[in-house]
Design a binder for this molecule. Sequence first.
Ligand SMILES: Nc1ncnc2c1ncn2[C@@H]1O[C@H](COP(=O)(O)OS(=O)(=O)O)[C@@H](OP(=O)(O)O)[C@H]1O
Ligand SMILES: Nc1ncnc2c1ncn2[C@@H]1O[C@H](COP(=O)(O)OP(=O)(O)O)[C@@H](O)[C@H]1O
Length: 176
Amino acid sequence: MPEDAPETLLLTGTVGAGKTTTAFAIGELLQDRGIPHAVIDLDEIRRQWPHPPADPFGEAVQMANLRDVAANYRRAGARRLVLAGVLEDQDKRADFARALGGTAPVVCRLAVELDRVRERLRSRHEPGAAREWHLARSGELDAILIAGAVADHVVPVAAEAPSAVAERVLAEVGWD
Ligand SMILES: Nc1ncnc2c1ncn2[C@@H]1O[C@H](COP(=O)(O)OS(=O)(=O)O)[C@@H](OP(=O)(O)O)[C@H]1O
Ligand SMILES: Nc1ncnc2c1ncn2[C@@H]1O[C@H](COP(=O)(O)OP(=O)(O)O)[C@@H](O)[C@H]1O
C-alpha cells in the first residue's frame, strides 16, 4: 500500500448497503496484508438513548467518541482507519476531518440496487416497526446520497461476497 495513501476510509451507503459487513471484510484483508489498522462501526459509538430531538442519529456524541477512539487506535499503532457509517453532506465531512485531527477521510459509497438492499433488510430485521422503518428509509437515504454526491468513489455492488466487495473498494481507493 502506498505510504501517501489516505489514512482513513469512510464507507457510506444507504441503510443495509453493507457498510459494516464490508468494513469488517476490509479489516480482514488488511490483516492478511500485515497492515496495522482499526475498524470503527460508527453505529456502535452512538448507541445511546435518547438522542437529543435536534440530533436524532446522535451525531454529536458519535463525533466526540470518534475523536477519542481514533486517537486511541493511532496511539496503539493503527496506520489505517476504516469507518462504516452515513455521510449525507459536505458540512458533515468537515466534522469528520475535525474529529480525525484535521485530515478528511476518503469516502467510498457502496451502490446497491434497492431490491437487493430490501431483501437484505428483510433478513437482517424481524418483521416489525424497525424493519418497516429501514425499508422505507432505504430508498429515501439512497436518493439523498446520490443527489448529495459527497463520495469520492462509488463502488457498485451486485451479488458478490463481502471479501470480493472489500477487494474492489481497496483497489478503487488506492489501498491495494
Ligand atoms: N446521519 C444519518 N442520516 C441518515 N441515516 C443515518 C444517519 N446516521 C445513521 N443512519 C442510519 O440510520 C439507521 C438507524 O440507526 P439506529 O441506530 O437509529 O437504529 S437501528 O439500531 O439500526 O435500528 C442505521 O441504518 P444501518 O445503516 O442500516 O445500520 C444508520 O446507519
Ligand atoms: N456482500 C454481501 N453479500 C450478501 N449479504 C450481504 C453483503 N454485505 C452485507 N450483507 C448483509 O446485508 C445486511 C446489511 O449489511 P450491513 O453490513 O449491516 O449494512 P449497513 O451497515 O450498510 O447497514 C446484513 O444482513 C449483511 O449480512
